[in-house]
Ligand binder design. Structure first.
Ligand SMILES: [Zn+2]
Length: 407
């Protein structure tokens, strides 16, 4: 009998070809030709191993291992779309490993007590409309009542057009996730914590929360020659000092949080004028709301001091706040137990990136497994994960799915 690893490789290699171009990586945008071809490939593969397959109105593919009962299913899966010029593993891994598990069960003649549904989500990356995790949001009913013509791509194409061209019918926003027992997602780490720790497996504790702000620093624009240095109210000089302070504080937190000033606009933005105003973005992410509260208080305190020194004023505006989402403890415990039984070393760690689990985690008990990303690279043609940790994660996932579908 074939090993799980062999089945996975035989499934993953052909799937990887859809949207892949030598030197260009994988470009498999939701509802594009390679996306639909990949989806059809998965569907045919699933049907050949006895799965009940269907697409919903949005274009998510659901492949169900029938159970002995019709109890609400255990869900697993990930996204089939990629970013432009992305890698082969992001998303696809979390679909192909469970499908290989279903194939192994089929080979063995094993039928779970409760159904197992493998989901290949469409439009997790947010490439089409600028909003991530739309496929999982649609399934969870979060987009109900929206107008499909109001979703428009950068090329001016509407969701309605894309769905029609993909041959999809029915309400794309109709909720159909519930009832379900739980959701498990296997994903590449996309960072380098596992590689640094030389570990093959991560069990995700929480998906970090994220908050965005706009900070406006106001000084006085004036002549760059005639304004003496001591008389200046230079908004950009103040901003520069504050940006460095944010960086230093985040670095000193030892990864309790990360903070980024990634965007700046300077007014009047001229080489011969003392900058009168600087508008900055600030993003902070952490697994702890309290940590973010403390860090933000420090950032503001620092800005107050800098404003006094540079004789400028500032305004602080919060744009949004997505709270951290802790993973389900009982599912994390199950992963831990299986990893220990299999003698697979692991660590508990937060996910610094968003995933479909972030949406489903509000609806169902949810947990995630990470495998290492070599050099922490993802969203790149160089994205790579060694086969060995994939095999180890597959074993942990298989055992967990077996237990969860057994009652
Ligand atoms: Zn992903």
């Amino acid at each position: 009998m074939k090993t799980l690893q062999t089945i996975w490789q035989e499934l993953f290699q052909p799937l990887s070809a859809f949207g892949y171009e030598e030197g260009q990586g994988t470009t498999r945008l939701s509802w594009s030709k390679p996306f639909l071809e990949a989806q059809l490939y998965l569907r045919r593969y699933g049907e050949a191993i006895g799965l009940q397959c269907r697409r919903d109105g949005w274009g998510n593919l659901l492949m169900t291992v029938p159970g002995e009962t019709d109890l609400p299913p255990v869900y697993t899966g990930s996204h089939l779309d990629s970013v432009p010029h992305g890698g082969k593993y992001d998303g696809a891994l979390g679909i192909t490993v469970p499908l290989a598990i279903a194939a192994a069960w089929h080979d063995k003649g094993f039928r779970p007590y409760r159904p197992l549904t493998i989901i290949a989500f469409a439009e997790e990356e947010g490439t089409r409309f600028g909003t991530p995790c739309l496929g999982s949001q649609a399934m969870a009913g979060k987009l109900q009542g929206k107008d499909p013509d109001r979703f428009v791509t950068a090329e001016g194409r509407t969701l309605s057009q894309l769905l029609q061209e993909a041959g999809l019918e029915g309400d794309p926003f109709a909720p159909h996730l519930l009832p379900g027992k739980c959701f498990l997602e296997l994903h590449i780490e996309q960072g380098r914590a596992l590689e640094d720790a030389k570990l093959p497996l991560g069990i995700v504790s929480a998906i970090v929360g994220i908050r965005h702000f706009t900070v406006t620093i106001t000084g006085t624009a004036n002549h760059a020659g005639t304004t003496a240095m001591k008389d200046r109210k230079d908004a950009l000089a103040a901003a520069a000092r504050w940006i460095s302070a944010v960086f230093e504080k985040a670095l000193a937190s030892q990864q309790q949080y990360v903070a980024t000033v990634g965007h700046i606009r300077v007014f009047p933005d001229a080489g011969n004028v003392v900058p009168g105003k600087a508008e900055l973005s600030l993003e902070i992410r952490s697994a702890s709301d309290q940590t973010m509260d403390v860090a933000l208080t420090e950032f503001q305190e620092e800005l107050r001091k800098i404003a006094r020194t540079f004789q400028v004023t500032f305004q602080w505006k919060q744009l949004d706040q997505i709270p951290p989402l802790p993973m389900e403890q009982s599912l994390m415990d199950l992963f831990e137990q299986e990893a220990q039984d299999l003698k697979i070393p692991y660590q508990i760690q937060p996910s610094w990136a968003g995933h479909d689990s972030m949406i489903l985690g509000h609806e169902l008990p949810t947990a995630m497994l990470f495998v290492p990303s070599v050099k922490g690279i993802s969203h790149s043609p160089d994205e790579y994960t060694e086969p060995e940790p994939i095999g180890q994660a597959a074993e942990v996932l298989e055992r967990a799915l077996q237990k969860l579908t057994a009652k």
